[in-house]
Design a protein. Structure first.
Length: 121
């Protein structure tokens, strides 16, 4: 999802249009750092226990590189084989990694215009 299309600062209620993940969450912040005791580089920030849930942190600063699309084809194939082994339905793919296929008609048109005019970033 392109963060440049969203209003900054994020509302606490802002969600990913593809997977409904909370965007105003610690894991999507530039201050997020698991190598420090409270998981945040901002020492004045309150302790947030659930780092992937929306919060009211005043020091939130959107990290445009927080989500890195990964190739999970091998893992998906392994899960499908495991499900087949136990006679279950294969799990649904991650909607964020397949975001291009779940775009609305308007988003698809906007993406096509950007592609035509060379503005894909």
């Amino acid at each position: 999802m392109a963060l440049k299309n969203l209003l900054i600062p994020f509302s606490r209620y802002e969600e990913c249009i593809n997977c409904n993940a909370d965007l105003h969450a610690c894991i999507a912040c530039k201050n997020f750092n698991l190598s420090v005791s409270n998981g945040c580089n901002e020492d004045r920030a309150d302790l947030i226990v659930e780092k992937e849930k929306a919060n009211f942190c005043e020091y939130f600063y959107a990290n445009t590189a927080a989500y890195q699309k990964q190739n999970n084809a091998e893992a998906a194939a392994a899960r499908a084989k495991l499900a087949e082994l136990f006679g279950e339905e294969p799990p649904e793919p991650d909607t964020c990694s397949g975001a291009a296929s779940t775009l609305s008609e308007g988003d698809k048109a906007l993406a096509e215009l950007k592609r035509l005019f060379g503005d894909e970033g």
